[in-house]
Write a protein that binds this ligand. Sequence first.
Ligand code: G3P
Ligand code: CA
Length: 232
Amino acid sequence: MIKVFAHRGASGTYPENTQSAITAAIDLAVDGIEIDVQSCLDDYMIIHDSWLDRTTSGHGKVNASSKIYIQQLDAGNGEIVPSLQQAIDWVNDRTLLNLELKHTFSLDKFVELIEANITAGKLSRNNLLISSFDHHQLLWLKQKLPWVKIGALTASIPINYSEFAEKLHAYSIHIDKNFINHEFVADAKQRGLQVYAYTVDKPEDIELMLAYSVDGVFTNFPCHTQMILRSL
Ligand code: G3P
Ligand code: CA
């Protein structure tokens, strides 16, 4: 069965990357939740953009703002921008957590946070998948945490991408649905890589991804996507 990942949580129905989007996705028993991680001045926050302006009541760059400032802002419907720790607490190892690293710095502290949560039993190795468009970060992380599942993220198909992902010891390739083709999926699978497509909301796109035999889809509407998949 194709896996359903809630993209930025159930972000088609709730404000993206917020507690309600995360908990709604858990209630749907999704196969995983994808959220975006940015560094602020003193912590890691769950927010897609490097600027606060689109998704919050605030302004300015996330990496130039403090956590205390960011958490005073409205991220939609009166919700806060979660810290990474809050998001981990809310998920509490109930489903796979895909952390997409956006503009993140001090990854040493990120590694410490992940290891502390694993030790505390709030996160298990199997339920963590770290992805990024920044493949240098992924390489570095894989060296620091050899056990970690890596998702090689791409918005296109660079030449020899599956070969690269295999060398990276990636678990999965996360690819824009518009770039998928049969050859790409077959090559990735032959290398033992999972293929996950984003962002797949429309019924015709879900059917297309099934035809391509991808292993999972990121969707803003996990409830709707699950219903469509069950009806096919
Ligand atoms: O992780 C898949 C997808 O979320 C990557 O693009 O811009 O939605 O973070 P974006
Ligand atoms: Ca993302």
